[in-house]
Write a protein of this length. Structure first.
Length: 351
């Protein structure tokens, strides 16, 4: 008599995860038809019959979604996560949060754990251009959405902001205020949002015939220490910048700390702008000019797209949404100083 295989043995034969086999046996619509057909044929051929424990596993389909972010301490991720959580709750789903600390191995571990826990879809915030585990999910057609990032390739859902345009607008605004020596501190070269913000900054300088200075550009993780360390280096230059464009509000917090330790004030000694429009940017003491990514809306949209993919309301449709950024003008860029100076000049001319 031929020994019957277990669910895990069947998964090994089919060269898929045991959760994929369970989803096939559960008739999950998110699994490709060819995958279903192959696994069902193998199950029949090898005489698979679910045991009681396996039947219980097969029929457990919690409405769980997973959100993976690099650093939940970053207010950008926290505010965007709130938009995700609120929309998921409204739709009858629950969210699991994890911080990956920008580590691929940690990301991979969390993905495997969550798939085994029955998560039905993933939202990845600030994913790298290449990430093997996400590419595996895309190949498997497991429901997922990227937020505030894009990867190499086309066959996946994403919701992001026009980072290039946002960086262009904010750099252009500094130029129009009269600044010519503008530094940029931005994220690493393996993140699409950091790449686009650099391009927007460079394009604005080019369009206004302002020389591009490599020593004015610093790149690193979107963390406060990056902003702090880059600012210390910029302030040590003989021709130090007149303005600093921090590629995120979180980076800007590091810039503010470095300026304070150097006994410099913004905007009087050096102008400062950020990107994201997180809640503390509006703090009266900080008053940071920045570009809004519409974080809460981005989070809402990502959940709508993910649930649409899970429930296959629009089969094989790929969502690629790019939101328009908005400039939020506050005092950190020195606009009031420039307006007052212009006003005084005009009044002296009149007299």
């Amino acid at each position: 008599m031929t020994k019957k295989v277990t669910l895990r043995e069947l998964a090994k034969i089919a060269k898929v995860s045991h959760t994929t086999v369970a989803r096939v046996l559960n008739n999950d619509p998110a699994v490709r038809d060819e995958t279903k057909k192959r696994i069902l044929e193998l199950a029949d051929r090898h005489g698979y019959r679910p045991r009681k424990k396996e039947r219980e596993l097969n029929f457990q389909k919690p409405n769980l979604l997973a959100l993976l972010v690099p650093d939940i301490k970053n207010p950008y991720h926290a505010e965007m996560a709130r938009g995700i959580e609120d929309k998921a709750f409204e739709k009858g789903y629950n969210i699991i949060f994890c911080s990956t600390d920008y580590k691929s191995e940690r990301l991979r571990t969390y993905v495997h754990l969550m798939k085994n826990a029955g998560v039905r879809g993933f939202i990845f915030s600030s994913a790298r251009l290449r990430e093997d585990i996400i590419e595996d999910l895309i190949e498997e057609r497991f429901p997922l959405v990227l937020v505030n990032s894009r990867m190499i390739g086309e066959n996946y859902n994403y919701v992001t902001c026009d980072n290039l345009k946002g960086a262009y607008l904010i750099t252009e605004y500094l130029i129009k205020l009269g600044y010519r020596k503008i530094a940029l501190i931005t994220g690493p070269p393996n993140l699409s949002n950091a790449i686009d913000r650099l391009k927007g900054y460079q394009q604005a300088l080019k369009d206004y015939d302002i020389p591009h200075k490599k020593r004015f550009i610093h790149r690193g993780p979107f963390q406060t220490d990056t902003g702090y360390e880059a600012t210390i280096k910029l302030l040590a230059l003989k021709d130090r910048p007149e303005a600093i464009f921090a590629g995120s509000d979180y980076l800007a917090m590091g810039v503010i700390r470095a300026l304070g330790e150097s006994k410099l004030n913004y905007p009087e000694d050096i102008a400062l702008v950020g990107f994201d429009d997180t809640y503390y940017a509006a703090n009266q003491k900080i008053s940071l000019t920045t570009a809004s990514q519409r974080k809460y809306e981005m989070g809402n949209l990502s959940v709508d797209i993910l649930i649409d993919s899970i429930e296959q309301k629009h089969e094989d449709y790929i969502h690629k949404i790019v939101l328009e950024p908005r400039l939020v003008l506050r005092e950190s860029c020195g606009r009031l100083l420039h307006e007052n100076a212009l006003s005084m000049t005009e009044s002296s001319l009149v007299s």
